[in-house]
Design a protein. Sequence first.
Length: 232
Amino acid sequence: MRSSLRAIQTRGVVRVAVLDDLPGFAFKDPSTGLRSGLDIEISKFMAQGIFGGTLEEATEHIEFIDIKANQREFACSQGLADFVVSAFTVTDERRRTNDFTQPYHGTSLAMICHSDQAEPNISDATVAVVESSTCHAYVRQQEIGQKVLTFENTSDVPAAVASGNAQVGVIMSALVDGFAQIGQLPIRRMKQHPIVFDPWAVAVRKGNDELREFLDQRLNTLLTPFDAPISA
């Protein structure tokens, strides 16, 4: 399915790939089906630019495509979505199949442990990460943990730490408070903090310059220059 601006406008619907388990960024309430968070609002803002009208009216033109974290890289190239807005970090590897707008947010990585327990020795720990994520890459590069558990969903990482199946989790720092407070999970940041910064951007299929440039210009009307890390 084509993803040019004209094709999207003719279709009357823009397909946006999102995660559904990130409190504060892309969360789908299991009881109501309602979505909330920064990534959802960015998606609405983009749809408004494509179709006009108010943000509420533009929402009627969005088809949200629920994906797993390890599906983000190929969601556009495989024709699942027109663009991806899902805490998606820009990396050289992902640039092989995607083009990115300027960053709209960013965060560092964080190690988490159970809030009721002492910080574990990370070299002996079982570590939980999302498969094929920047956190997973960091754990491999730094050779962290005696055993590594990989998951499809970001929410499974703090859940593994809370249940005791893993002693350490590595996730994006901006997500920790959401899982601890909204998800009511007994987790906390560890004092040891990875010196890694992840910029998040909107992704489109590689070579779709028209759509990328349009989305980038749309972000320009919303953002101040992205010249400093946003930490949480």
